[in-house]
Design a protein around this ligand. Structure first.
Ligand SMILES: Cc1cn([C@H]2C[C@H](O)[C@@H](COP(=O)(O)OP(=O)(O)OP(=O)(O)O)O2)c(=O)[nH]c1=O
Length: 290
């Protein structure tokens, strides 16, 4: 079959709003052309990852993903860079509903690995693709996903929210230009749409949930990972290798950490930081050709 001609204005690259080298590698694997769109202020970027007291792992990862995306979108607009889709992601490890982020030091890495030893945990990766051109209107769209508890099987629901750039305020009354405020308002809209029962990590099953609206597509990939029993020597050796740093849960499935992974249900690329099945679908739906 002859190749379909591409529309002249079809974007041919995506802005990657992530400094993670794994995410770059994974986009290369798909053959997706990308340009980095990184924050100037690393501290302000880290602040987007703060955990709020009422966070569930799923609501946390969704909010952080969106906050990274909204911040990148504002950066693109402010710097006058060409229009193209923007991709943001966040990976969080969760054990017994506790959120394990990136270890700050060797002691914390040791503690995280000790807690994961001999147990099954979940890895949640949120992916947001902003199409780059449409304004974010009131958030409406449909969810598909799989969850247990009050919601079972495949759910399709409509989320309605009040996040709008045309209004001056987000749902909680804060200025809509603040990425975190926008992300919080959007997170509430998603929580509502999916049903509160499904937003706890315990209720979410692989492969996770997806949400699709006109200007923004969101996926949450959920994987369950079983780690073999780790000895103190295993942990000390691994921490000394330096691999745990910069990685949620203090391990890398794609590195030496593979030695510890007894079982995985879900998405290997999702555990690594960017679930490729969901990412590719969201990029194509946003009009990107690759
Ligand atoms: C569990 C696991 C996580 N990780 C990594 C993926 C992510 O880079 C990191 C989680 O941190 P994130 O905050 O998701 O990402 P980041 O800080 O690396 O980059 P940015 O915030 O700029 O987007 O953990 C692995 O590389 N392998 C693994 O097996």
């Amino acid at each position: 079959m002859p190749n379909q001609p591409k529309p002249a204005d079809a974007p041919h690259f995506v802005y990657l709003a992530s400094q993670s080298p794994r995410r770059r590698e994974l986009l290369d694997q798909l053959g997706v052309a990308h340009r980095l769109l990184l924050p100037d202020d690393a501290q302000a970027a880290e602040a987007l990852e703060d955990v709020a007291p009422d966070d569930t792992p799923a609501s946390y990862v969704i909010r952080v993903t969106l906050a990274k995306g909204f911040a990148a979108r504002a950066r693109r607009q402010a710097s006058g860079l060409p229009v193209a889709p923007i991709l943001a992601a966040d990976t969080t490890v969760t054990l017994d509903d506790a959120i394990l982020g990136k270890p700050a030091d060797a002691a914390q890495a040791t503690q995280m690995l000790t807690s994961l030893s001999g147990r099954t945990h979940r890895v949640l990766t949120g992916v947001a693709v902003f199409d780059g051109k449409s304004a974010i209107g009131p958030l409406t769209g449909s969810f598909t996903g799989r969850a247990t508890g009050a919601v079972t099987g495949v759910v399709t629901r409509v989320a309605t929210g009040t996040v709008s750039e045309r209004g001056t305020h987000a749902a909680d009354g804060t200025a809509a230009s603040d990425p975190l405020a926008l992300a919080r308002a959007a997170q509430h809209a998603f929580d509502e749409g999916l049903g509160r029962a499904a937003s706890g990590a315990a209720a979410l099953q692989p492969p996770g949930i997806g949400w699709q609206g006109p200007a923004l597509r969101l996926a949450l990939s959920v994987s369950t990972v079983r780690v073999r029993v780790l000895t103190a020597e295993d942990i000390a050796r691994y921490v000394a290798s330096g691999e745990p740093f910069g990685k949620a849960g203090a391990y890398g499935i794609q590195g030496r950490g593979a030695e510890f992974i007894a079982e995985l249900h879900g998405s290997y690329s999702g555990v690594m930081g960017l679930p490729l099945f969901e990412t590719a679908a969201a990029l194509r739906q946003s009009g990107l050709s690759f």
